[in-house]
Ligand binder design. Structure first.
Ligand code: SF4
Length: 53
């Protein structure tokens, strides 16, 4: 189980103080465009929620 999820998506409400860390209890990562991933760029975080910024 992942303990520390690092993430650069600073526009997400779960991103802790823009420190590139995820504060969500759980995240859900899905295939990009519903096509089975073969590289990391083929994946997306579905837990993303936009922050007010
Ligand atoms: S929910 Fe997803 S996009 Fe948002 S900070 Fe966590 S890992 Fe990043």
């Amino acid at each position: 189980m992942a303990q520390d999820v690092l993430c650069e998506v600073s526009s997400c409400v779960h991103n802790i103080n823009n420190e590139n860390k995820c504060g969500a209890t759980q995240i859900y990562v899905v295939n990009h465009k519903e096509k089975n991933a073969s590289t990391s760029s083929d994946t997306d975080c579905k837990t993303f929620e936009p922050s007010d910024m």
